[in-house]
Design a protein around this ligand. Structure first.
Ligand code: ADP
Ligand code: GLC
Length: 477
Protein backbone atom coordinates (compact mmCIF):
# COMPACT_ATOMS: atom_id res chain seq x y z
CA UNK A 1 0.00 0.00 0.00
CA UNK A 2 1.30 3.44 -0.91
CA UNK A 3 0.71 6.73 0.87
CA UNK A 4 -0.10 9.15 -1.90
CA UNK A 5 -0.40 12.89 -1.47
CA UNK A 6 -2.41 14.22 -4.40
CA UNK A 7 -1.90 17.97 -4.73
CA UNK A 8 -4.37 19.90 -6.86
CA UNK A 9 -5.75 23.40 -7.31
CA UNK A 10 -9.34 22.21 -7.91
CA UNK A 11 -11.50 19.21 -7.11
CA UNK A 12 -15.11 18.42 -7.95
CA UNK A 13 -17.59 18.88 -6.21
CA UNK A 14 -15.82 21.40 -3.96
CA UNK A 15 -14.62 23.70 -6.71
CA UNK A 16 -14.27 23.29 -10.48
CA UNK A 17 -13.21 25.35 -13.47
CA UNK A 18 -12.43 22.46 -15.83
CA UNK A 19 -11.47 18.84 -16.26
CA UNK A 20 -8.71 18.94 -13.63
CA UNK A 21 -11.45 19.05 -10.99
CA UNK A 22 -13.04 15.88 -12.38
CA UNK A 23 -9.69 14.10 -12.49
CA UNK A 24 -8.89 15.19 -8.92
CA UNK A 25 -12.12 13.54 -7.84
CA UNK A 26 -11.99 10.39 -9.96
CA UNK A 27 -8.34 9.38 -9.74
CA UNK A 28 -7.88 9.60 -5.94
CA UNK A 29 -11.11 7.64 -5.45
CA UNK A 30 -10.03 4.96 -7.92
CA UNK A 31 -6.60 4.69 -6.27
CA UNK A 32 -8.30 4.33 -2.90
CA UNK A 33 -10.44 1.50 -4.32
CA UNK A 34 -7.20 -0.18 -5.35
CA UNK A 35 -6.24 -0.20 -1.67
CA UNK A 36 -3.97 2.86 -1.63
CA UNK A 37 -3.98 5.52 1.10
CA UNK A 38 -4.68 8.76 -0.71
CA UNK A 39 -4.78 12.24 0.82
CA UNK A 40 -5.60 15.34 -1.14
CA UNK A 41 -4.31 18.89 -0.62
CA UNK A 42 -6.33 21.87 -1.88
CA UNK A 43 -6.35 25.60 -1.07
CA UNK A 44 -9.21 26.64 1.21
CA UNK A 45 -10.81 28.93 -1.36
CA UNK A 46 -13.70 31.25 -0.73
CA UNK A 47 -16.85 29.52 -1.90
CA UNK A 48 -15.81 25.88 -1.56
CA UNK A 49 -18.89 23.66 -1.62
CA UNK A 50 -18.54 21.77 1.66
CA UNK A 51 -21.24 19.58 3.20
CA UNK A 52 -19.87 20.06 6.75
CA UNK A 53 -17.64 22.49 8.55
CA UNK A 54 -14.08 21.20 8.17
CA UNK A 55 -12.10 20.40 11.28
CA UNK A 56 -8.97 22.33 12.27
CA UNK A 57 -6.12 19.80 12.44
CA UNK A 58 -2.93 21.82 12.38
CA UNK A 59 -1.43 25.28 12.61
CA UNK A 60 1.83 26.08 10.80
CA UNK A 61 4.21 28.94 10.09
CA UNK A 62 5.43 28.62 6.52
CA UNK A 63 7.61 31.18 4.76
CA UNK A 64 6.44 33.93 7.12
CA UNK A 65 2.75 33.09 6.82
CA UNK A 66 0.45 31.56 9.40
CA UNK A 67 -1.48 28.71 7.85
CA UNK A 68 -4.22 26.52 9.25
CA UNK A 69 -4.83 23.03 7.92
CA UNK A 70 -8.47 22.00 7.88
CA UNK A 71 -9.69 18.48 7.27
CA UNK A 72 -12.70 17.30 5.30
CA UNK A 73 -13.58 14.27 3.19
CA UNK A 74 -13.98 13.89 -0.54
CA UNK A 75 -17.73 13.19 -0.79
CA UNK A 76 -18.59 9.56 -1.40
CA UNK A 77 -15.14 8.26 -0.47
CA UNK A 78 -12.67 7.64 2.33
CA UNK A 79 -10.21 10.12 0.82
CA UNK A 80 -9.14 12.80 3.31
CA UNK A 81 -8.77 16.36 2.00
CA UNK A 82 -6.47 18.81 3.76
CA UNK A 83 -7.42 22.40 3.05
CA UNK A 84 -4.65 24.99 3.13
CA UNK A 85 -6.22 27.94 4.90
CA UNK A 86 -4.51 31.29 4.40
CA UNK A 87 -7.31 33.87 4.03
CA UNK A 88 -5.08 36.60 2.62
CA UNK A 89 -4.43 34.42 -0.45
CA UNK A 90 -7.45 32.19 -0.78
CA UNK A 91 -10.46 33.80 0.88
CA UNK A 92 -11.06 36.10 -2.08
CA UNK A 93 -13.96 36.43 -4.55
CA UNK A 94 -13.44 34.91 -7.98
CA UNK A 95 -12.33 31.50 -9.20
CA UNK A 96 -9.09 29.77 -8.15
CA UNK A 97 -6.99 31.66 -10.70
CA UNK A 98 -8.76 34.85 -11.73
CA UNK A 99 -10.71 37.61 -10.00
CA UNK A 100 -14.35 38.47 -10.68
CA UNK A 101 -13.29 40.53 -13.72
CA UNK A 102 -11.46 37.57 -15.25
CA UNK A 103 -7.96 38.93 -14.52
CA UNK A 104 -5.27 36.69 -13.04
CA UNK A 105 -4.68 37.49 -9.37
CA UNK A 106 -1.67 39.76 -9.02
CA UNK A 107 -0.26 37.55 -6.27
CA UNK A 108 -0.71 34.19 -8.03
CA UNK A 109 2.99 33.39 -7.73
CA UNK A 110 2.92 33.93 -3.97
CA UNK A 111 -0.44 32.18 -3.56
CA UNK A 112 0.66 28.99 -5.24
CA UNK A 113 4.23 29.11 -3.92
CA UNK A 114 2.79 29.06 -0.41
CA UNK A 115 0.43 26.25 -1.40
CA UNK A 116 3.42 24.24 -2.66
CA UNK A 117 5.45 24.88 0.48
CA UNK A 118 2.59 23.74 2.71
CA UNK A 119 2.14 20.58 0.61
CA UNK A 120 5.84 19.87 1.18
CA UNK A 121 5.48 20.29 4.95
CA UNK A 122 2.65 17.76 4.85
CA UNK A 123 4.51 15.35 2.57
CA UNK A 124 7.63 15.46 4.79
CA UNK A 125 5.59 14.82 7.94
CA UNK A 126 6.36 18.24 9.40
CA UNK A 127 2.74 19.36 9.72
CA UNK A 128 1.80 17.53 12.94
CA UNK A 129 -0.41 15.15 11.00
CA UNK A 130 1.63 12.04 11.74
CA UNK A 131 1.67 11.11 8.08
CA UNK A 132 4.50 10.94 5.58
CA UNK A 133 3.93 10.52 1.86
CA UNK A 134 5.59 7.84 -0.27
CA UNK A 135 4.50 9.58 -3.44
CA UNK A 136 3.59 13.21 -4.07
CA UNK A 137 1.42 13.47 -7.16
CA UNK A 138 1.41 17.05 -8.45
CA UNK A 139 -0.90 18.54 -11.08
CA UNK A 140 -0.28 21.49 -13.41
CA UNK A 141 1.78 24.63 -12.86
CA UNK A 142 0.15 25.55 -9.56
CA UNK A 143 2.05 22.62 -8.00
CA UNK A 144 5.23 22.90 -10.09
CA UNK A 145 7.44 24.18 -7.28
CA UNK A 146 6.85 21.01 -5.27
CA UNK A 147 9.17 18.65 -7.21
CA UNK A 148 11.75 21.47 -7.37
CA UNK A 149 11.75 22.23 -3.65
CA UNK A 150 11.40 18.59 -2.63
CA UNK A 151 14.49 17.71 -4.65
CA UNK A 152 16.51 19.62 -2.02
CA UNK A 153 15.10 17.64 0.92
CA UNK A 154 16.80 14.71 2.58
CA UNK A 155 14.82 11.42 2.24
CA UNK A 156 12.07 12.98 0.22
CA UNK A 157 9.09 11.14 -1.25
CA UNK A 158 9.05 10.32 -4.96
CA UNK A 159 7.26 12.81 -7.20
CA UNK A 160 4.96 12.50 -10.20
CA UNK A 161 4.02 15.63 -12.11
CA UNK A 162 0.98 15.48 -14.38
CA UNK A 163 0.58 18.04 -17.14
CA UNK A 164 -3.10 18.63 -17.80
CA UNK A 165 -2.45 21.59 -20.05
CA UNK A 166 0.87 23.01 -21.32
CA UNK A 167 -0.86 26.24 -22.29
CA UNK A 168 -0.92 27.39 -18.67
CA UNK A 169 2.62 27.69 -17.36
CA UNK A 170 2.79 29.96 -14.35
CA UNK A 171 5.48 32.27 -15.73
CA UNK A 172 6.52 35.16 -13.51
CA UNK A 173 9.09 37.92 -13.72
CA UNK A 174 12.46 37.76 -12.02
CA UNK A 175 11.24 40.45 -9.63
CA UNK A 176 8.32 38.32 -8.52
CA UNK A 177 10.62 35.34 -8.25
CA UNK A 178 12.78 37.27 -5.80
CA UNK A 179 9.78 37.66 -3.51
CA UNK A 180 9.36 33.88 -3.30
CA UNK A 181 12.64 33.27 -1.44
CA UNK A 182 13.53 30.33 -3.65
CA UNK A 183 16.92 28.68 -3.11
CA UNK A 184 19.42 29.94 -5.68
CA UNK A 185 20.29 26.49 -6.99
CA UNK A 186 16.76 26.09 -8.36
CA UNK A 187 16.98 29.21 -10.47
CA UNK A 188 19.43 28.06 -13.15
CA UNK A 189 18.61 27.32 -16.80
CA UNK A 190 18.39 23.67 -15.82
CA UNK A 191 15.82 24.59 -13.19
CA UNK A 192 13.07 27.17 -13.00
CA UNK A 193 14.64 29.84 -15.22
CA UNK A 194 12.71 30.52 -18.42
CA UNK A 195 13.89 33.34 -20.69
CA UNK A 196 14.89 35.59 -17.80
CA UNK A 197 11.73 34.73 -15.88
CA UNK A 198 10.69 31.70 -13.85
CA UNK A 199 8.24 29.00 -14.86
CA UNK A 200 6.43 26.92 -12.26
CA UNK A 201 5.51 24.42 -14.97
CA UNK A 202 9.15 23.98 -15.86
CA UNK A 203 9.89 23.24 -12.21
CA UNK A 204 7.50 20.30 -12.31
CA UNK A 205 8.87 18.99 -15.59
CA UNK A 206 12.54 19.45 -14.73
CA UNK A 207 12.53 17.97 -11.21
CA UNK A 208 9.74 15.37 -10.95
CA UNK A 209 10.84 11.73 -10.94
CA UNK A 210 8.17 10.95 -13.50
CA UNK A 211 6.11 13.19 -15.75
CA UNK A 212 2.77 12.18 -17.10
CA UNK A 213 0.25 13.84 -19.30
CA UNK A 214 -3.35 12.90 -19.86
CA UNK A 215 -3.17 11.06 -23.17
CA UNK A 216 -0.48 9.23 -25.16
CA UNK A 217 -0.94 11.44 -28.22
CA UNK A 218 -0.61 14.64 -26.17
CA UNK A 219 2.57 13.20 -24.63
CA UNK A 220 3.95 13.19 -28.18
CA UNK A 221 2.34 16.52 -29.15
CA UNK A 222 4.11 18.44 -26.37
CA UNK A 223 7.52 17.27 -27.57
CA UNK A 224 7.04 19.42 -30.68
CA UNK A 225 7.47 23.21 -31.04
CA UNK A 226 3.79 23.57 -31.98
CA UNK A 227 2.52 22.44 -28.56
CA UNK A 228 5.59 22.45 -26.33
CA UNK A 229 5.47 26.20 -25.56
CA UNK A 230 9.25 26.41 -25.50
CA UNK A 231 9.62 23.40 -23.19
CA UNK A 232 9.66 20.81 -26.01
CA UNK A 233 13.45 20.43 -25.74
CA UNK A 234 13.25 19.66 -22.02
CA UNK A 235 10.39 17.25 -22.64
CA UNK A 236 12.34 15.42 -25.33
CA UNK A 237 15.31 15.28 -22.93
CA UNK A 238 13.04 13.78 -20.27
CA UNK A 239 11.09 11.56 -22.65
CA UNK A 240 12.23 8.34 -20.94
CA UNK A 241 10.39 9.55 -17.83
CA UNK A 242 7.35 10.90 -19.69
CA UNK A 243 4.20 8.94 -20.46
CA UNK A 244 0.57 9.56 -21.37
CA UNK A 245 -2.22 8.01 -19.32
CA UNK A 246 -5.72 8.69 -20.53
CA UNK A 247 -8.21 10.01 -17.95
CA UNK A 248 -11.19 7.99 -16.88
CA UNK A 249 -14.70 9.30 -16.37
CA UNK A 250 -16.78 9.33 -13.24
CA UNK A 251 -19.72 7.04 -12.49
CA UNK A 252 -21.92 10.14 -12.18
CA UNK A 253 -21.85 10.32 -15.96
CA UNK A 254 -24.04 7.32 -16.62
CA UNK A 255 -27.32 7.58 -18.56
CA UNK A 256 -28.64 4.49 -16.81
CA UNK A 257 -28.62 6.10 -13.38
CA UNK A 258 -28.18 9.87 -13.96
CA UNK A 259 -30.75 11.57 -11.66
CA UNK A 260 -30.45 14.88 -13.52
CA UNK A 261 -31.94 13.74 -16.84
CA UNK A 262 -35.60 13.34 -17.89
CA UNK A 263 -35.32 9.67 -18.88
CA UNK A 264 -32.71 7.08 -18.00
CA UNK A 265 -31.64 4.73 -20.77
CA UNK A 266 -29.07 2.14 -21.82
CA UNK A 267 -27.72 0.87 -25.11
CA UNK A 268 -30.65 -1.57 -25.08
CA UNK A 269 -33.31 1.11 -24.67
CA UNK A 270 -31.87 3.76 -26.95
CA UNK A 271 -35.26 4.72 -28.38
CA UNK A 272 -36.12 6.32 -25.02
CA UNK A 273 -33.16 8.71 -25.34
CA UNK A 274 -35.54 10.82 -27.47
CA UNK A 275 -37.46 11.78 -24.30
CA UNK A 276 -34.33 13.67 -23.26
CA UNK A 277 -34.14 15.36 -26.66
CA UNK A 278 -37.71 16.62 -26.33
CA UNK A 279 -37.05 17.78 -22.76
CA UNK A 280 -33.94 19.65 -23.84
CA UNK A 281 -35.62 21.33 -26.81
CA UNK A 282 -38.50 22.33 -24.53
CA UNK A 283 -36.23 23.64 -21.77
CA UNK A 284 -34.22 25.73 -24.23
CA UNK A 285 -37.23 27.02 -26.23
CA UNK A 286 -36.22 25.30 -29.45
CA UNK A 287 -38.89 23.82 -31.73
CA UNK A 288 -39.58 20.24 -30.57
CA UNK A 289 -38.50 18.10 -33.50
CA UNK A 290 -37.26 14.53 -33.18
CA UNK A 291 -35.87 14.32 -36.70
CA UNK A 292 -33.60 17.35 -36.70
CA UNK A 293 -29.94 16.63 -35.83
CA UNK A 294 -29.38 18.21 -32.41
CA UNK A 295 -25.78 19.38 -32.10
CA UNK A 296 -24.26 20.44 -28.80
CA UNK A 297 -21.20 21.96 -27.22
CA UNK A 298 -20.28 22.39 -23.54
CA UNK A 299 -17.00 24.14 -23.02
CA UNK A 300 -14.81 26.82 -21.66
CA UNK A 301 -15.11 29.39 -24.45
CA UNK A 302 -11.42 29.80 -25.21
CA UNK A 303 -9.26 29.50 -28.30
CA UNK A 304 -8.02 26.02 -27.29
CA UNK A 305 -11.51 24.68 -27.85
CA UNK A 306 -11.77 25.88 -31.48
CA UNK A 307 -14.69 28.20 -30.74
CA UNK A 308 -13.49 30.59 -33.46
CA UNK A 309 -13.70 27.74 -36.01
CA UNK A 310 -17.24 27.00 -34.95
CA UNK A 311 -18.19 30.69 -35.10
CA UNK A 312 -16.77 30.95 -38.61
CA UNK A 313 -18.93 28.12 -39.93
CA UNK A 314 -22.06 28.60 -37.82
CA UNK A 315 -24.03 30.73 -40.32
CA UNK A 316 -23.54 28.06 -43.00
CA UNK A 317 -23.97 25.20 -40.56
CA UNK A 318 -27.33 26.55 -39.46
CA UNK A 319 -28.63 26.21 -43.03
CA UNK A 320 -28.46 22.41 -42.54
CA UNK A 321 -31.37 20.51 -40.92
CA UNK A 322 -29.80 20.94 -37.47
CA UNK A 323 -30.27 22.73 -34.18
CA UNK A 324 -27.42 23.60 -31.84
CA UNK A 325 -27.28 24.04 -28.07
CA UNK A 326 -24.24 25.67 -26.52
CA UNK A 327 -23.35 25.92 -22.84
CA UNK A 328 -20.20 27.72 -21.84
CA UNK A 329 -18.41 30.72 -20.50
CA UNK A 330 -15.04 32.27 -21.14
CA UNK A 331 -13.59 34.92 -23.41
CA UNK A 332 -15.97 37.85 -23.71
CA UNK A 333 -15.38 38.19 -27.44
CA UNK A 334 -16.58 34.61 -28.06
CA UNK A 335 -19.52 35.07 -25.71
CA UNK A 336 -20.56 38.20 -27.60
CA UNK A 337 -20.32 36.66 -31.08
CA UNK A 338 -22.25 33.57 -29.98
CA UNK A 339 -24.86 35.78 -28.35
CA UNK A 340 -25.39 37.71 -31.59
CA UNK A 341 -25.78 34.51 -33.64
CA UNK A 342 -28.20 32.99 -31.12
CA UNK A 343 -30.29 36.14 -31.29
CA UNK A 344 -30.30 35.96 -35.09
CA UNK A 345 -31.31 32.25 -35.22
CA UNK A 346 -33.61 31.73 -32.21
CA UNK A 347 -35.29 28.66 -33.77
CA UNK A 348 -32.04 26.91 -34.49
CA UNK A 349 -29.62 27.89 -31.77
CA UNK A 350 -29.87 28.04 -27.97
CA UNK A 351 -27.03 29.63 -26.04
CA UNK A 352 -26.59 29.43 -22.27
CA UNK A 353 -23.73 31.53 -20.98
CA UNK A 354 -22.46 30.45 -17.58
CA UNK A 355 -21.65 27.29 -15.73
CA UNK A 356 -24.43 24.75 -15.19
CA UNK A 357 -23.73 21.17 -14.14
CA UNK A 358 -27.36 20.02 -14.40
CA UNK A 359 -27.83 21.42 -17.88
CA UNK A 360 -24.51 19.81 -18.89
CA UNK A 361 -25.97 16.38 -18.04
CA UNK A 362 -29.23 17.16 -19.83
CA UNK A 363 -27.35 18.23 -22.94
CA UNK A 364 -25.28 15.05 -22.96
CA UNK A 365 -28.48 13.00 -22.68
CA UNK A 366 -30.62 15.03 -25.10
CA UNK A 367 -28.29 15.89 -27.97
CA UNK A 368 -27.48 13.66 -30.96
CA UNK A 369 -23.99 15.01 -31.53
CA UNK A 370 -21.34 16.66 -29.36
CA UNK A 371 -18.87 19.09 -30.98
CA UNK A 372 -15.28 19.32 -29.82
CA UNK A 373 -13.27 21.04 -32.56
CA UNK A 374 -10.31 21.70 -30.26
CA UNK A 375 -7.08 23.16 -31.65
CA UNK A 376 -5.32 21.04 -29.04
CA UNK A 377 -6.73 18.84 -26.29
CA UNK A 378 -4.59 17.17 -23.62
CA UNK A 379 -7.34 14.64 -22.90
CA UNK A 380 -10.84 16.07 -22.97
CA UNK A 381 -13.65 14.59 -20.94
CA UNK A 382 -16.79 15.57 -22.77
CA UNK A 383 -16.07 13.39 -25.80
CA UNK A 384 -15.95 10.44 -23.38
CA UNK A 385 -19.11 11.50 -21.51
CA UNK A 386 -20.78 11.88 -24.91
CA UNK A 387 -19.89 8.37 -26.02
CA UNK A 388 -21.21 7.06 -22.71
CA UNK A 389 -24.53 8.83 -23.47
CA UNK A 390 -24.74 7.67 -27.10
CA UNK A 391 -24.24 11.26 -28.23
CA UNK A 392 -21.76 10.93 -31.06
CA UNK A 393 -18.74 13.23 -30.82
CA UNK A 394 -17.35 15.26 -33.72
CA UNK A 395 -13.73 15.95 -32.81
CA UNK A 396 -10.53 17.22 -34.30
CA UNK A 397 -7.68 14.70 -34.52
CA UNK A 398 -5.51 15.95 -31.66
CA UNK A 399 -4.32 14.81 -28.20
CA UNK A 400 -6.82 12.81 -26.19
CA UNK A 401 -9.53 13.29 -28.81
CA UNK A 402 -7.44 11.27 -31.27
CA UNK A 403 -6.96 8.57 -28.62
CA UNK A 404 -10.59 8.17 -27.58
CA UNK A 405 -12.82 8.65 -30.65
CA UNK A 406 -12.83 6.23 -33.58
CA UNK A 407 -13.79 7.84 -36.87
CA UNK A 408 -16.69 6.47 -38.88
CA UNK A 409 -15.16 4.89 -41.98
CA UNK A 410 -16.25 1.88 -44.03
CA UNK A 411 -13.90 -0.46 -42.14
CA UNK A 412 -14.69 0.86 -38.64
CA UNK A 413 -18.40 0.67 -39.39
CA UNK A 414 -17.97 -2.92 -40.56
CA UNK A 415 -16.06 -4.01 -37.44
CA UNK A 416 -18.29 -1.97 -35.08
CA UNK A 417 -15.50 0.18 -33.68
CA UNK A 418 -16.69 3.53 -35.10
CA UNK A 419 -17.87 5.87 -32.35
CA UNK A 420 -17.88 9.37 -33.85
CA UNK A 421 -16.49 11.69 -36.50
CA UNK A 422 -12.89 12.86 -36.65
CA UNK A 423 -11.50 15.65 -38.84
CA UNK A 424 -7.90 16.76 -39.28
CA UNK A 425 -7.31 20.35 -40.30
CA UNK A 426 -8.10 23.16 -37.89
CA UNK A 427 -10.44 24.95 -40.28
CA UNK A 428 -14.08 25.95 -40.20
CA UNK A 429 -14.51 24.19 -43.55
CA UNK A 430 -13.32 20.78 -42.33
CA UNK A 431 -15.49 21.06 -39.22
CA UNK A 432 -18.47 21.83 -41.43
CA UNK A 433 -17.68 18.81 -43.62
CA UNK A 434 -17.70 16.58 -40.54
CA UNK A 435 -21.08 17.96 -39.48
CA UNK A 436 -22.39 17.25 -42.99
CA UNK A 437 -21.12 13.68 -42.74
CA UNK A 438 -22.96 13.27 -39.45
CA UNK A 439 -26.13 14.81 -40.89
CA UNK A 440 -26.06 12.35 -43.76
CA UNK A 441 -25.56 9.30 -41.54
CA UNK A 442 -28.25 10.48 -39.12
CA UNK A 443 -30.77 9.94 -41.89
CA UNK A 444 -30.05 6.18 -41.67
CA UNK A 445 -31.45 5.32 -38.21
CA UNK A 446 -30.05 1.78 -38.11
CA UNK A 447 -26.54 2.92 -38.92
CA UNK A 448 -26.80 5.71 -36.36
CA UNK A 449 -28.03 3.36 -33.69
CA UNK A 450 -25.14 1.00 -34.34
CA UNK A 451 -22.69 3.89 -33.89
CA UNK A 452 -24.41 4.82 -30.63
CA UNK A 453 -24.17 1.23 -29.41
CA UNK A 454 -20.47 1.10 -30.30
CA UNK A 455 -19.86 4.37 -28.44
CA UNK A 456 -21.81 3.32 -25.35
CA UNK A 457 -19.94 0.05 -25.05
CA UNK A 458 -16.53 1.74 -24.69
CA UNK A 459 -14.88 1.35 -21.28
CA UNK A 460 -13.66 4.70 -19.99
CA UNK A 461 -13.62 3.68 -16.33
CA UNK A 462 -11.10 5.16 -13.88
CA UNK A 463 -9.95 1.75 -12.74
CA UNK A 464 -7.88 1.15 -15.86
CA UNK A 465 -6.15 4.55 -15.62
CA UNK A 466 -5.60 4.24 -11.86
CA UNK A 467 -3.87 0.88 -12.39
CA UNK A 468 -1.45 2.56 -14.79
CA UNK A 469 -0.68 5.32 -12.26
CA UNK A 470 -0.15 2.73 -9.57
CA UNK A 471 2.30 0.80 -11.75
CA UNK A 472 4.12 4.08 -12.34
CA UNK A 473 4.31 4.86 -8.60
CA UNK A 474 5.65 1.38 -8.01
CA UNK A 475 8.33 1.85 -10.64
CA UNK A 476 9.93 4.85 -8.90
CA UNK A 477 10.32 3.94 -5.27
P1 ADP B 1 -11.01 21.52 -19.90
O1 ADP B 1 -10.52 20.99 -18.61
O2 ADP B 1 -9.94 21.89 -20.86
O3 ADP B 1 -12.00 22.61 -19.74
P2 ADP B 1 -12.29 18.91 -20.19
O4 ADP B 1 -13.05 18.33 -21.34
O5 ADP B 1 -11.23 18.08 -19.62
O6 ADP B 1 -11.77 20.32 -20.65
O7 ADP B 1 -13.27 19.17 -18.98
C1 ADP B 1 -14.27 20.12 -18.98
C2 ADP B 1 -15.22 19.83 -17.86
O8 ADP B 1 -15.90 21.01 -17.51
C3 ADP B 1 -16.28 18.84 -18.23
O9 ADP B 1 -16.67 18.12 -17.08
C4 ADP B 1 -17.41 19.74 -18.73
O10 ADP B 1 -18.68 19.13 -18.66
C5 ADP B 1 -17.28 20.88 -17.78
N1 ADP B 1 -17.78 22.17 -18.26
C6 ADP B 1 -17.14 23.06 -19.04
N2 ADP B 1 -17.88 24.16 -19.22
C7 ADP B 1 -19.02 23.96 -18.54
C8 ADP B 1 -20.20 24.75 -18.32
N3 ADP B 1 -20.33 25.96 -18.86
N4 ADP B 1 -21.16 24.25 -17.54
C9 ADP B 1 -21.03 23.01 -17.00
N5 ADP B 1 -19.96 22.23 -17.16
C10 ADP B 1 -18.96 22.70 -17.91
C1 GLC C 1 -7.09 20.17 -18.98
C2 GLC C 1 -7.24 19.86 -20.45
C3 GLC C 1 -8.23 18.77 -20.75
C4 GLC C 1 -8.10 17.62 -19.76
C5 GLC C 1 -8.19 18.14 -18.35
C6 GLC C 1 -8.08 17.05 -17.30
O1 GLC C 1 -7.94 21.14 -18.55
O2 GLC C 1 -7.54 21.01 -21.21
O3 GLC C 1 -8.04 18.28 -22.07
O4 GLC C 1 -9.14 16.68 -19.99
O5 GLC C 1 -7.15 19.05 -18.12
O6 GLC C 1 -6.91 16.29 -17.44
Amino acid sequence: MKKILFVTSEVYPLIKTGGLADVSNGLPKALASLGQEVRLVLPNYHGLKLANRPELVSLLRVDGHTVQLLETMLPGSNVVIWLVDCPKFFDVEGNPYVDVFGNSYKDNAERFALFCRVAIEIAMNRAQLDWKADIVHCNDWQTGLIPALLSLEYQCPATVFTVHNMAYQGIFSGLTAAMLHLPGQLLSVHGLEFHGMISFLKGGIAYADKITTVSPTYAQDIQTPALGYGLEGLLVYRSDDLMGIINGIDGEWNPETDPLIAQNYTANSLQTKSVNKTALQTRLNLPVDGSVLLLSLISRLVEQKGIDMLLDCLPELLLLPVQIVILGSGDKIFEQRLFELAAAYPHKMALTLGYNETLAHQIEAGADVFLMPSRFEPCGLNQMYSQRYGTLPIVRHTGGLADTVVDTLPETMANHTATGFVFNDAHAGTLLEAVKRATLLHSFPEVWQQLQTNAMSRDFSWQNSAEQYLALYESIE
